[in-house]
Write a protein that binds this ligand. Sequence first.
Ligand code: NAP
Length: 349
Amino acid sequence: MKTNQLGRTDITVTEYCLGTMTFGSQTDEATAHAQIDRARDAGINFMDAAEMYPVNPVKKETIGLTEQILGNWFAKTGRRNEWIVATKHSGEGLAAVRDGAPITSDTIPGAVESSLKRLQADHIDLYQFHWPNRGSFMFRKNWRYDPTASSYSRADVIQDIEDCLGALTREVERGTIRAFGLSNDSAWGTMQWLREADRVGGPRVATIQNEYSLLCRMADTDLAELMHYEDVGLLPFSPLAAGLLSGKYQDGAVPEGSRMAINGDLGGRKTERAFAAVDAYLALAREFDIDPVHMALAFTVQRPFVASSIFGATTLEQLDRALGAIDLRLSEELLERIDAVHKQHPMPY
Ligand SMILES: NC(=O)c1ccc[n+]([C@@H]2O[C@H](COP(=O)([O-])OP(=O)(O)OC[C@H]3O[C@@H](n4cnc5c(N)ncnc54)[C@H](OP(=O)(O)O)[C@@H]3O)[C@@H](O)[C@H]2O)c1
């Protein structure tokens, strides 16, 4: 499988990354461990977790369970060294973690320590901030985005970055984290982190983990340019648009046990226009005789700025199907047709 370097670090990851956010909720520990085995056997070396996982729903009593499940696999197999492990510090406003406290130089050491304990590991390869303290326009907030509503002034943001870079530097020096990444952030935000790291020192942003798929292409313009010139890799999350691109929700279907059956509107992704766009992509996949799941996954890894695409599988069957996309490359002809569908169905949510 093709591998990519994370930013300017010496960390190399496979172009597919196993998402873990259902480990401990929809996916029980035995199935999660079987998924880790199978993904590794297929060549994948990268897993993405977060201190707040599992999700759907996020509950105070299950915070950390996903990391624990990973940790149990590492302890059981002794194979921590075969994986590049990413996890995340939760951001401001999530009541279930630190009562919604923002990310600060004070919270970082404790959060890292707790993740390491649950992971039964001595280091985290990629430590990410789940969303910025100042707020973000991700998760459908782009439709009414108003940066003036943030309680953080420019000076606050820069001070915050400087302080956190100091705390992250101490973690790098202690050997607890190897690289640093952002999530749910913007081109402007990422640039501030890069500039401050140059100015005051500290780990340079290596990756940005934002939603990206055939249905969510906000990273294609300003962020794409930044990622190219600054050597920051995109880690697309929800490359299957949370399951929509499999086609299983078309014509009003809501399969039992599916994410839509659990959380209703797929976090705001269930829109009329999304179903129309999915119809068009399904027709294209049929015409080119390709599995729509494979088309959606391969599309993300073929984008020039992508380091590794973080897909999810609730079941082993879904994982097997996703693994079928490994090494697949979409033809130029199909990519042009995808462009045409994208123009007809821009930003469906
Ligand atoms: N940074 C962030 O804020 C953020 C946010 C979200 C996710 N993430 C990361 O990205 C990872 C992937 O996110 P995601 O799960 O939303 O990605 P995704 O790949 O778009 O969706 C995966 C989900 O789609 C459904 N699915 C997958 N294969 C299928 C198939 N063959 N047929 C039918 N349904 C299928 C399953 O859900 P059901 O079976 O339950 O319907 C599965 O859990 C997460 O685990 C996490 O690591 C990060």
